[in-house]
Design a protein. Structure first.
Length: 147
């Protein structure tokens, strides 16, 4: 699992990464994950055109919330929060192209839904990247919206 691009274990029940390969989805299944959430677009770099079929053939649930890199939306985030809340009793693996969209969404989920401190949530966010101006603005606007 650690060899999956930008893999990050968030908790016992949540892990994140960049785009897994077809073979890596088998490893994710073997590791006990039940739900795959993909925040990338179907035309994103390295996207698997039949990812839904690959994931479902392994017996895992597949959810795609396509988040446009240049324009993440509050609706995207609300959809993500709903999927995460619906699956709190399952092991969830969340990915996008490089784990940047995911790390920002996970940061916001952990802060706003799980009540984790800003310092703690930022550790995992900064493990992957420091958000650019566009994503930092989205993060700040979201926190203001929920405050």
């Amino acid at each position: 699992m650690e060899n999956i691009y930008n893999f990050l274990q968030i908790s016992n029940s949540i892990a994140t990464s960049g785009q897994p390969t077809k073979e890596e989805f088998a490893l994710i299944k073997e590791a006990g994950y039940q739900v795959i959430v993909n925040l990338a677009l179907p035309e994103s770099p390295n996207a698997l055109p039949n990812e839904k079929q690959i994931v479902e053939s392994q017996g895992m649930e597949y959810v795609n919330i396509p988040v446009v890199w240049e324009k993440p939306t509050l609706e995207n985030l609300k959809d993500f929060f709903q999927v995460m809340e619906t699956n709190t009793n399952k092991r969830v693996f969340v990915h996008c192209v490089a784990n940047k969209r995911v790390s920002a969404f996970m940061y916001l989920y952990r802060r706003l839904c799980e009540g984790i401190s800003d310092i703690e949530a930022k550790k995992d966010l900064y493990e992957i990247w420091t958000p650019d101006a566009n994503w930092q603005k989205f993060i700040e606007q979201t926190i203001d919206y929920y405050s």
